[in-house]
Ligand binder design. Structure first.
Ligand code: AMP
Length: 225
């Protein structure tokens, strides 16, 4: 059975870091809608021009635009054997569209990564990203390297990691994304993982939650059967 994963949680919960680790371990692609949008902004494409100002205010890009991007991305060959959606869905309308996109494919495993707001504000104000390769640093404890430890380029603060924008992103999260819990929580493949612990502990807890959820999905009778 393909591991079709959705990882959702507030900004700064560690979704990107954890999704990259799951990608390595399970050999399924990480699909980060935030990364797709940031690449489009950097490349100056039509999508990037539409998304830039919205992202800088900490608001959400329109459902229609996001659903189109994800529909196209999930149709590629590398997603046929499983994927990790990181940052999508972010609204109930996107979740409804995702179910429709995945009709006939293996059921979703949905993981909510929870972290208290105050911890998130502190994490995001510390976070720095590499200008060139996008690697993330300093969200956890420990010293900030002077430059990217992967490629040597300069580290900068993401423009939407400023405290005022972070507070807006959290407000938008509670208003528009948290309703996903009610949308998904009755599914046997829904799990909540505590994100307020060291990254290795979160990784281990995620592994257990994903395996349990996949086992629960396997025990389900097929639709209509
Ligand atoms: P992220 O890197 O996931 O925190 O996303 C950065 C920004 O991209 C968000 O604050 C939104 O403005 C935008 N974005 C990413 N994914 C979505 C989505 N699924 N729906 C709407 N906006 C999104």
């Amino acid at each position: 059975m393909a591991a079709n994963l959705v990882l959702f949680g507030p900004p700064g919960a560690g979704k990107g870091t954890q999704a990259k680790r799951i990608e390595q371990v399970r050999r399924i692609p990480q699909i980060s809608t935030g990364d797709i949008l940031r690449e489009a902004v950097q490349a100056g494409t039509e999508l990037g021009l539409q998304a830039k100002a919205v992202m800088e205010r900490g608001e959400l890009v329109s459902d229609a635009l996001m659903v189109g991007i994800v529909r196209e991305r999930l149709a590629r060959d590398d997603a046929a054997g499983g994927f990790i959606l990181d940052g999508f869905p972010r609204t109930v309308a996107q979740a409804v569209a995702l179910d429709e996109i995945l009709t006939g494919r293996d059921p979703l495993v949905i993981i909510e990564l929870g972290v208290p707001d105050q911890e998130l504000v502190e994490r995001l104000s510390r976070r720095r990203v590499c200008l060139r390769c996008g690697a993330t640093f300093g969200a956890g404890a420990g010293d900030m390297p002077a430059a990217c430890t992967r490629c040597g380029a300069a580290l900068v603060q993401r423009s939407d990691d400023r405290e005022d924008v972070v507070r807006e992103r959290l407000r938008v999260y509670h208003e528009q994304t948290q309703p996903l819990v009610a949308f998904y929580e009755d599914r046997p493949s829904f799990r909540r993982v505590e994100g307020n612990q060291p990254p290795d502990a979160v990784h281990a807890a995620l592994g257990v939650a994903i395996d349990e959820a996949l086992a629960a999905v396997r025990r389900q009778p097929p639709p209509g059967g």
